[in-house]
Design a protein around this ligand. Structure first.
Ligand code: V47
Ligand code: SF4
Length: 390
């Protein structure tokens, strides 16, 4: 019996010449262009995009699905900015309202201590941009976090927080990041990117850092040897061209520095914010978006689905549409999503649950550290030998 590989099946199928050309390029390791990216969004149907994205995903990451054991700290939701999609921030003048919080340094350190003895490898620290928490406050905080947990990787502060900290402290991005690095910060998360294009940015988040500043901060971090992630907030007022423009700018920076670990598409959720009148994208559109991202971002090793935001079932589906990373066993303190109406209102999974989710769709679960070193291979792991899992 003759067998056909995926690529032959796709090229022989009844699809347009244009889509075939794009598929051929992908199979031949050639980069697709801006226009081809937009064309995929416009004309690529779900099955076609899934097959092509899965080809890229398996070439890069085989059957593996990565996750990490992390916890989140959100020092405050008081924020000087006014992003229209944000359901979580409060202004300083609302600081006495029930929905506002400001953790003290001791409360933050207690939170870190509460993970003593637990096998977490990463802490993710992000929050609102508080006018009174500056560069040196955070630098000293990170130092104290590292004194409690020298083994832990500190992934902290979006470019939005960093731009504000550096501006207030009157230091360059490079200088500010150097100070944070010297105090123990290891990497940057991908938040604050939203959509880089000025036409969209000025409608959804006009007062915070520009797309150019976001990219300059990540470039400065990469030059200092601090890796980072990149996000894209999609499914609101942007058009396909804006998504591809966003990815294109990231792809160009990645060519230059190689410092990005992961690309993370974030689905816009519409609860409790100034953009609540906008309908959310469908699951089909979410899957198509993961697939186009995987195909377009040819120099990013990983594409992450943030499971608390899209829910467990869509996350499992996403693993057939280019995604190879599902973040981690996040603690339930990630309020930016729960307040925006995310699928998971209590987003915590044990490692065993996460592993089962991955195995159910025939993939191979690997616990990774922040920079994708294998911590534990869970394919044949025996949980009965373990006590309580984190
Ligand atoms: O920049 C805010 C997004 C981001 C909404 O690097 C919303 O590993 C959807 O970037 N609907 C911050 N999204 C979180 C973030 C992140 C998350 C997980 C992992 C990593 C990583 C980074 O959250 C913001 C914004 O794009 N966001 N409001 C909303 N209504
Ligand atoms: Fe502030 Fe971030 Fe919310 Fe924007 S998304 S208002 S920067 S907390």
């Amino acid at each position: 019996m003759q067998t056909q590989d995926n690529s032959t099946v796709l090229l022989n199928s009844n699809i347009s010449r244009e889509l075939k050309n794009i598929a051929e390029k992908v199979y031949n390791n050639q980069r697709i262009t801006f226009d081809e990216g937009v064309f995929l969004y416009e004309k690529g149907e779900l099955g076609f995009l899934g097959s092509l994205a899965n080809y890229v995903r398996e070439k890069k990451n085989g059957n593996y699905v990565f996750f990490n054991r992390n916890f989140h700290i959100e020092p405050t939701n008081i924020c000087v900015f006014d992003c229209k999609f944000c359901s979580y921030s409060r202004l300083l003048k609302q600081k006495d309202s029930e929905a506002a919080w400001e953790l003290s340094e001791e409360q933050i350190l207690d939170l870190v201590r509460s993970y003593n003895g637990k096998p977490v490898t990463e802490v993710h620290i992000v929050g609102g941009v508080h006018p009174k928490m500056g560069l040196m406050y955070f630098a000293n905080l990170i130092k104290k976090v590292k004194e409690i947990r020298p083994d832990i990787h500190v992934k902290a502060f979006t470019a939005v927080e960093l731009e504000y900290m550096c501006r207030k402290a009157k230091v360059s991005f490079e200088e500010g990041l150097r100070i944070l690095k010297e105090h123990g910060q290891d990497s940057l998360p991908g938040g604050g990117a939203e959509i880089f294009h000025e036409d969209i940015r000025k409608q959804i988040c006009e007062d915070k850092c520009t797309g150019e500043e976001w990219l300059a901060i990540h470039e400065a971090a990469h030059k200092l040897g601090m890796p980072s992630n990149a996000t894209m907030l999609y499914g609101h007022i942007e058009k396909f061209e804006h998504r591809i423009d966003h990815m294109n700018r990231l792809r160009e920076l990645q060519d230059k520095t190689g410092g990005f670990n992961t690309f993370i598409p974030l689905k816009f959720r519409n609860k409790g914010n100034q953009m609540s009148h906008i309908k959310e994208s469908t699951v089909i559109e979410d899957l198509r978006n993961y697939a186009v991202s995987r195909i377009y971002m040819d120099n990013f090793n990983h594409v992450k689905a943030y499971w608390p935001m899209i829910g467990r079932t869509t996350t499992q589906l996403s693993l057939a549409f280019g995604v190879d990373d599902i973040d981690g066993t996040i603690d339930d303190s990630t309020k930016i999503y729960t307040m925006a109406g995310s699928e998971e209102q209590n987003p915590a999974l044990t490692t065993q649950q996460l592993v089962e989710m991955v195995k159910q769709v025939g993939r191979h679960p690997i616990e990774r550290d922040t920079v994708y070193n294998t911590v534990t291979d869970y394919m044949n792991y025996d949980f009965s030998k373990e006590g309580v899992t984190a």
